[in-house]
Design a protein around this ligand. Structure first.
Ligand code: COA
Length: 495
């Protein structure tokens, strides 16, 4: 039974239904589940857990790599099965519960969760639930379309439940590079000096006696929900392309640029998609998630190699990549997220990072997470891991949201995820502000001139001039700084 998927024969009698595996959970447990941006999540055990929670008091602290697909956060939230959640999510139902204060959400830098786990700063993982392509002869786990935090969850947990997904081709074996940093106080440098380098092993090595259950599934990852490029995202891509061409012409970058990181979401995907028609060659990515644009860049011959922690694709691209995994494997590697997002490596490789802002202010502070300063959208994800340590930190956003009722460039952001110190370039469909080497008053001039929607530009100019009259290194009018946001709350428009 499943000889090619459960190669350590003595584990085969651990195969059971998801319903039976769910009986291993107890109220109040901390559970670490695989899954990163909808890829490689467990597809059966969480649903069986939710079913139990509908009939008895059963709430867990749920840790994952990042967001989950297959409505798992939704179903668990509806069943009231989650009391605490970390480090990232993107589900509407869970978001509502977080914003009602019913679920305590820890919005963490994605590289940090397992560091805090192994040093005892977070409660220990009782059970890890990990999706796998197969279990090796030694009982090691071969992940599927993401690595995320799975390796450390499985290593640190008391018990491990493995979901073997028959939909995942055996050819995924060899795609992963599992490296666990040496534990403190004996920490050594992570010996990675180029995106394509492999520094670990292709599986998660654990004590097989910890495997308490194996559940067989046959369900695909959820397709990504990014929208295709539109006129505005194409314009953003065009401005960034022009800027990077100028950097190459000025010999600050080579035609291969620097390794690229690109955040999740519609805008980042579209920006990267724009590189297909660029003059840049022999590109490499060192990112946390690969979207359709990365595969298109590989297919076009522009992208030589991509390192990440997960692959999150639209349905057609997903089917094509899995069907032809042997063709893509030499150009891809999936790593634990503490390695894909490690600040040490970001700085060493000199990444060009492209992340998305919800809103930014005239000095270049970025809010990526909190709508109106209070309501959680998704979480900071890896953007902080990368932006703080980038060679060139780019933030992109459309200049307005909600059909022009919101300006994404405001006098003062209502929540700060990335301070002005971590932001080199801001791009909207109207243009690009190059903030390098500029003081706050100079940054404001560039941002207002190049990035703001024309409907909001005069008001922002007035705000800045009046603030400058009052003085300061970073001039503000404190009584008016959030007037745009309160106007939106009261009238439905910032105008
Ligand atoms: N105020 C309020 N809402 C805003 C807004 C603003 N200033 N700017 C955008 N929005 C809303 C949009 O209206 C849209 O809402 P909808 O889903 O109800 O239509 C939503 O935010 C998403 O905006 P969109 O323009 O479609 O961008 P996106 O899909 O690229 O997502 C982020 C943008 C910021 C939400 C997303 O990139 C994110 O969560 N980033 C943080 C994590 C991160 O950067 N990770 C990087 C490493 S993966």
């Amino acid at each position: 039974m499943y000889e090619d998927r459960i190669r350590l024969a003595r584990l085969r009698d651990k195969v059971m239904s998801a319903h039976d595996a769910a009986s291993l959970f107890e109220n109040g447990m901390t559970v670490g589940m695989s899954g990163f941006t909808r890829a490689g999540d467990c597809k059966a055990v969480p649903l069986a857990l939710a079913e139990r929670a509908r009939h008895e008091p059963l709430q867990i602290t749920l840790m994952t790599g990042a967001s989950l697909g297959n409505d798992i956060d939704k179903v668990l939230s509806e069943a009231n099965a989650i009391s605490r959640r970390m480090p990232f999510q993107s589900d509407a139902t869970l978001r509502r519960k977080i914003n009602h204060g019913e679920v305590m959400f820890l919005d963490q830098h994605l590289s940090e969760t397992v560091e805090q786990l192994r040093s005892g700063q977070l409660p220990p993982v009782d059970i890890a639930v990990i999706e796998a392509t197969a279990i090796t002869e030694t009982g090691a786990i071969i992940p599927t379309t993401s690595v995320g935090n799975s390796a450390s969850f499985a290593i640190l947990a008391r018990k491990v439940i493995v979901e073997i997904n028959l939909k995942m081709p055996l050819g995924l074996e060899g795609l992963h590079d599992i490296f666990i940093p040496t534990y403190r106080p004996y920490r050594q440098p992570i010996p990675l000096i180029s995106p394509e380098q492999r520094i670990g092993v292709p599986h998660i090595a654990i004590d097989p006696s910890k495997i308490a259950a194996i559940v067989i599934t046959e369900k695909a990852d959820s397709p990504s929900n990014v929208l295709p490029p539109d006129e505005e995202t194409n314009a953003i891509a065009g401005h960034l392309d022009e800027f990077l061409r100028h950097e190459v012409k000025s010999s600050r970058l080579s035609p291969a640029l620097q390794p690229l990181q690109s955040g999740i979401g519609t805008i980042s995907n579209a920006v990267l998609h724009g590189f297909i028609d660029s003059p840049f060659q022999k590109l490499k990515m060192y990112s946390e998630v690969l979207q359709d644009s990365a595969i298109e860049l590989i297919d076009s011959g522009k992208l030589e190699f991509a390192s990440a922690s997960s692959i999150t694709l639209s349905r057609d691209t997903y089917d094509r990549v899995l069907a032809n995994i042997e063709q893509y494997k030499p150009r891809l590697v999936l790593r634990p997220q503490e390695v894909s997002n490690h600040p040490e490596i970001t700085r060493r490789l000199g990444l060009i990072t492209i992340n998305t802002a919800l809103e930014c202010d005239i000095y270049g502070n970025i809010n990526s997470t909190h709508v109106g300063g209070t309501h959680m959208m998704n979480g900071i994800g890896g953007s902080g891991d990368f932006a703080r340590n980038a060679h060139l930190s780019v933030f992109v956003t459309k200049s307005t949201a909600r059909y022009g009722a919101i300006s994404s460039i405001v006098p003062m952001v209502t929540h700060v995820d990335h301070t002005e110190h971590d932001v080199d370039v801001i791009v909207t469909e109207h243009g690009l502000a190059d903030l390098r080497g500029l003081a706050p008053r100079e940054r404001a001039v560039q941002i207002i001139r190049h990035c703001v929607d024309p409907a909001y530009r005069p008001a922002l100019q007035d705000y800045f001039h009046e603030a400058c009259r009052h003085g300061g290194h970073t001039p503000h009018l404190l009584q008016q700084a959030f007037a745009w946001h309160t106007r939106y709350q009261q009238t439905g428009s910032m105008l």
